[in-house]
Design a binder for this molecule. Structure first.
Ligand code: GDP
Length: 297
């Protein structure tokens, strides 16, 4: 399960302070030392850990806590609240265009789960938001990506727009948006080209697609299992192309949690969805509050 190690360590640590009728500065210091280790071990970005520890410590030794009747529990509440803030505070909704079609660009490196997530997102949009999505196969570089999207479209009974792999992604995106307008499909989800590594060419291509029609959302799909690499990828994509949100995939695996806890703080972009499996219904909105309570048990 995701976050298992982190949850276990944090729960063990806070258990010690929970029932205390009095919490000294020394108690808080000791607890925060353990929290710090737990976060570092979970592969959370070092600066994020440092800032987090500082914020919690400052609040935990504050007068309100020390004077309260249940200081131990107050401290735990502060940890929980700051964890939630670290992951963005509130759930971040999808931004739809008031003038359809809404354009959503899916970007990311190969293997992160971009094509799968494109299908899952379309499924969510239809089922939960009552939208009519058009899936666009613009990942012309990964062999079989186009076919994979077509198969997902068939499985979901949703239309897929494709022009093979000899037409440029920009042209594919342009024609797809036209088609959506003609056929009154109200969300266009573009599965853009992935690459093995971030390179100039990829970023330029994404910028070209962006310049066609300003997308309402640019979702970066990253693999939670890759920890700090995922955070670095998010930072690079955001600086080069600009992203509006993150989809963190493979959270059904045993990821330590570093990506989920660092991405928001490092990029200031919210995690919008999490992938919880390979199936088409395994995409969930990301709820910072629920995630924080899950970690703290
Ligand atoms: P792309 O290269 O980024 O388009 O990656 P794919 O969509 O082809 O996904 C790569 C692999 O990751 C596939 O085997 C997917 O089934 C798998 N995958 C994608 N999302 C998830 C997820 O949330 N959980 C799990 N367990 N596997 C996933």
């Amino acid at each position: 399960m995701a976050f298992e190690g982190l949850a276990e360590r944090l729960q063990g640590t806070i258990q010690k302070i929970k029932g205390k009728g009095k919490v000294s500065e020394q108690d808080v210091k000791e607890m925060m030392r353990e929290v710090r280790f737990a976060l570092i071990e979970a592969d959370v970005n070092l600066k994020v850990v440092k800032d987090f520890v500082k914020r919690v410590s400052e609040r935990a030794v504050g007068a309100d806590v020390m004077k309260s009747l249940t200081p131990g529990q107050q401290v735990i509440k502060i940890v929980q609240d700051e964890l939630q803030q670290l992951m963005g505070g509130e759930q971040s909704p999808i931004k739809f265009n008031t003038k359809p079609p809404t354009v959503i660009m899916m970007v990311g490196l190969q293997g992160a789960g971009k094509t799968t997530t494109t299908g899952k997102l379309a499924n969510v949009l239809r089922k939960k938001y009552n939208r009519k999505p058009l899936l666009v196969a613009a990942d012309i570089y990964r062999p079989a990506a186009i076919q994979q999207l077509e198969t997902l479209g068939k499985q979901l009974s949703l239309p897929v727009f494709s022009l093979g792999n000899q037409v440029s992604p920009v042209e594919i995106a342009r024609q797809a948006i036209e088609k959506a307008k003609e056929e009154h499909l109200d969300v266009v989800i573009i599965d853009t080209a992935g690459r093995l590594h971030i390179d100039e060419e990829l970023m330029q291509e994404l910028k070209d697609i962006r310049s066609l029609k300003e997308p309402d959302e640019v979702f970066l799909v990253v693999d939670a299992m890759t920890g700090q690499d995922a955070v670095n990828v998010a930072k690079s994509f955001d600086e080069a192309v600009g992203i509006t949100g993150v989809v963190l995939t493979k959270l059904d695996g045993d990821t330590r949690g570093g990506a989920a806890l660092s991405i928001r703080a490092v990029t200031e972009k919210p995690i919008k969805f999490v992938g919880m499996g390979e199936k088409m219904d395994a995409l969930e909105p990301f709820h910072p509050e629920r995630m924080a309570s899950r970690i703290l048990g």
